[in-house]
Design a protein around this ligand. Structure first.
Ligand code: FES
Length: 105
């Protein structure tokens, strides 16, 4: 599968331990700045329709703003009820101060 790196934002658009919502190729994604680096996931919770950009980042975990379900943003794993379906994650890289996400075409 070929890569499709798309510029998502400037690295300093996302505060440390915070999340930013972006829309790339018509897809809503969330970009996280964590102590382990930048990560990207789908922007909508897998439980109901909530924007993860409004959630709380705790280390490498995002807590959904609606029912406080938690996901590991490094691999998308659903960590606590009520979420049980993992989040999709996307490869992310930082180059020259910008964050790029490998988004399926
Ligand atoms: S919508 Fe995210 S935990 Fe319910």
């Amino acid at each position: 599968m070929s890569s499709n790196w798309v510029l998502a934002c400037a690295a300093n658009d996302v505060d440390e331990e915070d999340v930013l919502g972006v829309e790339l190729n018509g897809q809503k994604l969330a970009v996280y700045n964590t102590p382990k680096g930048f990560f990207a996931t789908d922007g909508i919770c897998t439980h109901e329709v909530a924007q993860l950009e409004d959630g709380l980042v705790i280390g490498t975990v995002i807590e959904c703003p609606l029912h406080q379900g938690r996901f590991d943003v490094t691999n998308g794993k659903a960590l606590s009820a009520p979420v049980c379906v993992d989040l999709k994650t996307y490869p992310t890289k930082v180059e020259d101060g910008d964050v790029y996400i490998d988004v399926p075409v």
